[in-house]
Design a binder for this molecule. Sequence first.
Ligand code: IMP
Ligand code: MG
Length: 204
Amino acid sequence: MKAKPKLLNSARRRLTLKRNHGGWRQEVERVLITEEQLARRIKIMAREIERDFRGRETVVVSLLSGTVMFLADLIRHLNLPLRLDFIGVSSYGSGTESGELVFTKELRIDVRNRDVLLVDDILDTGKTLSRVLPKIRALKPRRIRTCVLLDKAARRVEKIQADYVGFEIPDYFVVGYGLDYAERYRNLPFVGVLHPHIYNITGQ
Ligand code: IMP
Ligand code: MG
């Protein structure tokens, strides 16, 4: 089940921005998904994943670094014995476009014959997951399921879908809750729409 974020009324939106990270509030145009909405949805996702992975040797493989907050919240609600590992990927694109993908950290845990839950922050063009999935498949896991917090289906270039999706969002460049622009904004506790003037100045 996918949930669409409800837009907040403007008073509540201003309050949320005012409370959090004063220095960045002019740079975030609006809150798209609140802390409360994130928490509620992630608990539901955890229940779905638990049902599908119960009784399996589970390895959660998370992509660095955008998944940090989502992953921490998701796995604390997963009532499953699991192991955790990370794959480091960096996209050397410019501005808000993904570019060439470089692997900065490889898997350490053996996933052969295990069930893998691959976690990413956002499924955008699909290039990242399309590069990462064959790498994991080559290690012969029993099966792989993909889980993303956000899905920007309108931007898809590769033919790929995630098995678990937190929220489908329109084609906005979003930051916060782990997601960055030029490594900034990751610590915002909500998902917000970055004001386009930020990447029009600093990006290309
Ligand atoms: P894809 O390879 O185009 O699917 O993009 C996946 C990666 O691009 C994500 O893991 C993010 O790191 C980054 N990305 C895509 N869209 C956004 C966004 O709106 N905000 C921040 N990062 C994004
Ligand atoms: Mg990123």
